[in-house]
Design a protein around this ligand. Structure first.
Ligand code: GP9
Ligand code: MN
Length: 623
């Protein structure tokens, strides 16, 4: 009780500081809630959104007070104005780009200057409310005769400590619904929703600084090492029957969400899971030993591998971490050959940082969620269903200059594999894993969507002059479901060997007018860039990379997975053990040894190219 008067005196003395915290907090929350379109559902997410601004506000105030301790009121005013400015710019930026500001964007003038042109159109009177607290504070400070109340070092330490505790609490709460949010960043919208725009700006700046430091420390000597290695590999001996076979045709590159090879040519209750694909592969080049090589970046990793002929990173999504690097990419090279490269995908454009990375990689246009008519009726699970996605994509494709290189990314067959009753086209499988049972249904739906799409393409007269490349992006059924998978595959149990084999995803290259055949060649997504370029009649593959033309007469039977496992014609290496194919028996590691060096070099040098942004030196050499 005897502390009460002390507390009261303390509160009165620091009233302005508390008032500032409250006002900045409130305006930040309200801006996040009502100006950004953040998908908040349920009280828990609402609570996270409400509390997440406090830690960053305390840090800003603490630091500002530490710098101008004898002018504490001015320090408070500066923070209030600065937070208002950041919110203001973020609101305008969000309205224009549907995305949040990062330091890279703030420092790179191109995007902000785009904004400058339409600033008047974007402004709303309510935007200025973010400066009301600064005005109130200014009046209060002006009216009082003082410019400062003593803020001790202890106060400042207390504020920063509170901020750290609050931020940790914030992350703990988020971890319950989004594990590894920061290390496995996949969507800026979701990160901002969970930690707030200020914290995001700081985290992104720190991560970017660490990445930049690595890039700066890399030199052209590193490039020489990698170059020597890559150039020492045997050159592709091209198959003259395949080279230029699809020259001048439009390219449809279709990413089939989570489709693994085990569903193809397979029946349940006497019904095919992928009837359309099963028919298509009869008239196509079908690669039945093709592996996905993705890591944390899942779909985006697959896209990265195909477009750059580099491996994704051992941790994090390269689409997020290295979207500012220089890349020799498939879209850029195709553009030089007169192609128009585009991407079509019915999800948010910020997901996997696609909006930024696609610019870097050289796409001319990205049709994302905002370009599609997405309603509750035509959506399920992650968003727009595959059939309406393909249907709406058709109208967009017809407006494109030809020849085009169009990547279409499907979505319905995404975990947790939800489907509306009317889209269930196969009886439900009856394993103990609900996930596997639902997966089979959604794969069947995606197969149907592909059938419709091909029909529409034929009707639009686009079919004959096109080439179609369909690939599974990564696994959909994780190790967790191994019991049900073993039962599905008619095995007693699944071994590490089987697990690697389950990383096979379908690759179908369909060239209308060409019969095609089954291609049993051990290969991976990394091989697609040279394959596509050669099919289109481009003989040089620009940039350093690790793939080989799938039709090359000397194609090495080799695929490296991102976890370090690898597959050769006769062996599989995983978890430091060597297995013989096809039996899966463990065998002497000496058999795998000759390929192990190659696997290590591939991953090590690919990482080196990305971490050191080595292509910039190569581009410099060439210019
Ligand atoms: C999201 C879609 C799915 O846009 O590509 O992403 P995933 O989780 O499979 O990487
Ligand atoms: Mn995916």
């Amino acid at each position: 009780m005897k502390y009460l008067p002390d507390l009261k005196r303390h509160a009165l003395k620091h009233a302005l500081l508390y008032l500032a915290v409250l006002m900045i907090w409130l305006k930040t929350y309200l801006t996040h809630r009502f100006h950004f379109d953040l998908p908040v559902s349920g009280w828990y997410q609402e609570l996270i959104l409400f509390i997440n601004p406090v830690s960053s506000i305390l840090v800003m105030l603490g630091l500002s007070l530490a710098f101008v301790r004898n002018r504490s009121y001015i320090a408070i005013l500066i923070v209030s104005m600065m937070s208002g400015f950041l919110l203001f710019v973020n609101m305008l930026y969000y309205r224009f780009f549907n995305d949040f500001i990062t330091l890279t964007v703030l420092l790179r003038s191109t995007q902000l200057s785009q904004l400058r042109g339409s600033i008047l159109d974007l402004l709303r009177p309510s935007d200025f409310l973010v400066f009301v607290d600064s005005m109130i504070l200014f009046i209060l400070i002006y009216r009082s005769n003082r410019r400062s109340v003593g803020v001790s070092r202890t106060h400042i330490i207390c504020m920063i400590t509170c901020a750290v505790i609050l931020f940790s609490l914030n992350l703990k709460m988020v971890d319950k619904i989004r594990p590894d949010l920061l290390t496995r960043t996949f969507d800026r919208q979701i990160v901002v929703k969970n930690i707030g725009a200020f914290n995001y700006l700081v985290c992104d700046t720190l991560i970017t600084a660490r990445i930049k430091a690595k890039i700066v420390s890399a030199g052209s000597k590193d490039l020489e090492i990698v170059k020597t290695y890559v150039e020492s590999a045997p050159k592709d001996v091209l198959d003259p029957k395949m080279y230029g076979l699809a020259k001048g045709r439009n390219v449809f590159l279709i990413s089939m969400e989570s489709v693994q090879s085990f569903v193809l040519e397979k029946k349940i209750f006497d019904q095919e899971i992928t009837p359309f694909l099963n028919d298509l592969i009869k008239n196509s080049f079908y690669f039945d030993q093709f592996y996905h090589q993705t890591g944390h970046g899942k779909t985006s990793d697959a896209e990265f591998i195909i477009d750059t002929m580099l491996y994704p990173l051992p941790s994090g999504a390269v689409f997020f971490t290295h979207s500012q690097n220089s890349y020799y990419s498939l879209p850029k090279q195709l553009k030089k050959n007169g192609y128009y490269p585009v991407v079509l995908h019915g999800n948010n454009k910020t997901f996997w940082n696609r909006d930024q990375m696609y610019k870097t990689i050289g796409y001319e246009r990205f049709f994302s969620a905002e370009d599609y008519n997405i309603t509750e009726k035509n959506s399920v699970g992650w968003g727009l269903k595959d059939i309406p996605f393909f249907e709406q994509s058709m109208d967009k494709l017809l407006t494109l200059p030809q020849p085009f290189y169009a990547k279409l990314i499907t979505l319905t067959n995404h975990h947790p594999f939800e489907l509306n009753p009317e889209d269930r086209l196969i009886p439900q499988y009856n394993s103990k894993s609900k996930t596997l049972n639902h997966y089979i249904e959604t794969v069947r739906y995606t197969d149907e969507a592909l059938k419709h799409f091909f029909k529409r393409i034929k009707a639009a007269g686009l079919y004959d002059n096109s080439v179609f490349i369909l690939y599974g992006d990564h696994y959909g059924i994780s190790k967790k479901h191994r019991k049900a998978m073993a039962e599905f595959l008619g095995k007693e149990k699944l071994t590490a060997f089987d697990h690697v084999q389950l990383q096979q995803v379908p690759l179908v290259i369909h060239i209308p007018g060409v019969k095609g055949r089954k291609m049993s060649v051990v290969s991976g997504q990394i091989d697609l860039k040279p394959t596509i370029l050669h099919l289109l009649g481009s003989d040089s593959v620009q940039g350093l990379g690790f793939g080989n033309d799938l039709f090359a007469l000397n194609k090495p039977q080799f695929a490296v997975l991102r976890d370090g496992s690898f597959v050769t014609e006769h062996y599989i290496y995983t978890g430091n053990k060597c297995y013989r194919k096809p039996s899966g028996e463990k065998t002497d590691p000496v058999f795998c040894e000759p390929f192990r060096k190659k696997q290590q070099n591939h991953l090590r040098y690919s990482d080196k190219i990305i971490y050191g942004d080595l292509n910039r030196f190569l581009m410099h050499e060439k210019s």
